[in-house]
Write a protein that binds this ligand. Structure first.
Ligand code: F6R
Length: 638
């Protein structure tokens, strides 16, 4: 059994979100108001905590709510409210402040029904720091109302926000300022640049959420929020992690959710829960779906083939003559060719670089969903530069940073980064790891001289896995087992291996498998030489020689990445360990999805996951690769 511990954020979820499309925004607003009123009444005088939003969408909701309260004389003595956000740098008395908005559109008429001003909470410049504590004290929020920005923001949690964010000061996105200029006589220069807002983690703690969206200009954001891959770039997609969220839409906002193509892949053997199960796979609009009551638009007979979730490479420096640390502009081209190896998701990896170079690379390698026909870039893997000089491997010594240094000084803006490999024993790493975890970044240990105890401590601090076990780390010693010992003794610890026959002896892979099969994950550490013949290539600043299957830093015997493809690694793992095909395939799909935070959107056939999958023949050769249920690559059969 695979027993990696899932951080709370990765705990599997099922899509409990419901979508209601109403004939008009007025009807939707009425329904939302009714639900709030019913909730208050059902409490029979016990406390009701409401999370409130502002913006044009909320105006009809509040109008209806006032009507109901007045008509039914609902007692509001026990109602406590928390608003999502407030502008900074304008006075609270400004007609467009959210304090003014809430009083004008709701509160002023509710005091007569028992609403107490001390029960109203709206964050602002002077109170935001205590806001979380207040919510904690009074909360949890029973029902949170949300609008959505055209850029997918909720509250003022803008694109790029961390899923772990809490009440914070934010710089408003330019797109938000442009949209909100409508409230400031169309004058962009009058729209504040900063705001205070609840964070994503705060919002997700509400027991129930209703998101309202009206009008065609919300259609795209709504579609992304419900159907898109979870990403900081569209903050509302984090709502997919919430167990009870209801979307109240008018027809125009629901436009992007119109019926999508339903496909049924029949006569397949599906890799589910560590084994192949005969059955059929249903997909709808690029996602795995439940068997539909409507008949499929397309039925595809898979001829009894094994279907596994698309392969996920946590560590790939490049391929097909593109080194991500040198030619990031070719990323999309590489992505379009990875499907031939069964790879549908990857983490472009960059070697230790200078601060200036990091800035350029990070800008160009930002995660993107491309056009749906290419492997998805799920986020950048920064391999370095916090490395132990003794374990420099094929990194450039001058670029190493050997003690904690503010992240921004080293990398610049780390938006889009999903994984960082570092040496946890370096001075100050405890705080650094803490900081990275707070930002939602997965931390791996590698290029390290950590002792067994240091690695155990690092795991407690938040290190999730060991990068290319055995390579670029202190070798196992019978009196000092180091990272290797720490990873192999504990089934809760994950570790990656490069099973190319060069980085590790086959027996080393077999031994690792025997000690800790649950933790074993395959990566390629491929370089631009993947898909190319022998010759001289580059890995960041270093030249590398490609001799047959092995790569070395020019003129040395230091291994420098590989030209291994992930499907080949799967085959090798089977050969080296005699593990089952299901096991080897999960080591390159389910497990990397879990450690990287992509599960359950990737690496699984769970309902709601992206329908990325690979059809394999009995000898584990790839017959076809599908991304979003579309065939993107097929083997040419002789
Ligand atoms: C709410 C908030 C925003 C708005 C969103 C939509 O307090 O800060 O998330 O809900 O910008 O605004 P409208 O409804 O005006 O389109």
């Amino acid at each position: 059994m695979f027993r990696l511990i899932l951080p709370f954020f990765l705990v599997p979820f099922f899509l409990f979100c419901s979508v209601s499309t109403f004939s008009s925004s007025e009807v939707a607003a009425e329904k939302a108001a009714r639900r709030i009123a019913d909730l208050i009444v059902s409490r029979k005088g016990e406390k009701t905590v409401l999370g409130l939003a502002t913006g044009s969408t909320m105006i009809p909701v509040y109008q209806e709510l006032k009507k109901i309260i007045q008509k039914e004389k609902i007692d509001l003595k026990a109602v406590v409210t928390f608003n999502l956000d407030e502008y900074l740098d304008i006075p609270l008395s400004h007609p467009e402040s959210y304090h003014s908005f809430m009083h004008t559109h709701l509160f002023n008429e509710l005091f007569a029904y028992g609403l107490k001003s001390q029960n109203i909470h709206i964050p602002c410049g002077s109170t935001w720091e205590g806001y979380e504590e207040k919510i904690k004290k009074e909360g949890p929020i029973d029902l949170q109302l949300l609008g959505i920005g055209r850029n997918g923001h909720i509250g003022f949690a803008e694109p790029g926000v961390s899923p772990f964010s809490r009440t914070m000061i934010v710089d408003l996105a330019e797109s938000t300022r442009e949209d909100n200029a409508r409230f400031f006589n169309g004058r962009l220069e009058l729209v504040p640049r900063r705001a205070v807002s609840m964070g994503i983690a705060t919002i997700l703690e509400a027991k129930e959420i209703i998101l309202l969206a009206f009008g065609e200009n919300k259609a795209k954001a709504v579609q992304e929020a419900i159907r898109g891959a979870i990403s900081s770039q569209v903050p509302a997609t984090f709502l997919q992690k919430h167990p009870k969220v209801d979307f109240y839409l008018d027809a125009k906002a629901a436009e992007g959710l119109k019926q999508e193509k339903i496909r049924c892949f029949t006569n397949a053997r599906l890799l589910i829960d560590h084994q192949f199960v005969e059955g059929e796979l249903w997909t709808e609009g690029g996602k795995v779906a439940a068997k539909s009551s409507r008949s499929a638009d397309e039925v595809i007979d898979m001829g009894g083939k094994m279907l596994a979730p698309g392969l996920i490479d946590l560590q790939i420096n490049g391929a097909f003559g593109c080194d991500f640390s040198r030619n990031p502009e070719k990323l999309e081209k590489v992505a379009s060719q990875l499907a031939q190896f069964g790879v549908t998701t990857f983490f472009p990896t960059i070697v230790s670089s200078s601060p200036e170079r990091y800035q350029e690379l990070l800008t160009q390698l930002q995660p993107d969903r491309f056009d749906g026909k290419k492997a998805a870039n799920a986020g950048i893997h920064l391999e370095g530069p916090f490395f132990c000089p003794k374990r420099v491997g094929a990194h450039f010594m001058e670029h190493l940073v050997i003690a904690a240094t503010p992240l921004e000084e080293v990398y610049g803006d780390i938006q889009g980064v999903q994984i960082i490999t570092l040496a946890p024993e370096l001075p100050g790493m405890e705080e650094l790891i803490f900081d990275l975890k707070k930002r939602g970044i997965v931390v791996a240990a590698g290029h390290s001289s950590a002792t067994f105890q240091e690695m155990k401590k690092a795991i407690k601090e938040g290190v999730t896995f060991a990068t290319h076990l055995f390579n670029a780390m202190t070798p196992y010693h019978h009196r000092e087992p180091g990272i290797v010992g720490a990873a192999l003794i504990d089934p809760q610890i994950a570790y990656t291996v490069i099973a190319d026959g060069n980085h590790l002896a086959p027996e080393t892979v077999a031994m690792s498998y025997k000690c800790n099969p649950e933790g074993l994950i395959l990566v390629t550490d491929a370089t631009e030489a993947l898909g190319r013949s022998e010759g001289v290539y580059r890995l960041g600043p270093l030249e590398i020689d490609c001799l047959e299957e092995a790569l070395y830093v020019r003129g040395t015997n230091t291994l420098a990445g590989s030209k291994l493809s992930l499907d080949k690694a799967v085959k090798r793992l089977c050969e080296y360990t005699e593990c089952s095909k299901a096991f080897a395939l999960e080591a390159a799909s389910l497990k990397p999805a879990i450690v990287s935070g992509l599960y359950p959107i990737k690496g699984t056939f769970t309902i709601g996951a992206d329908a990325d999958f690979v059809a394999f023949s009995e000898d584990l050769s790839i017959e076809a690769t599908y991304i979003g249920a579309e065939k993107v690559w097929e083997a040419i059969l002789e």
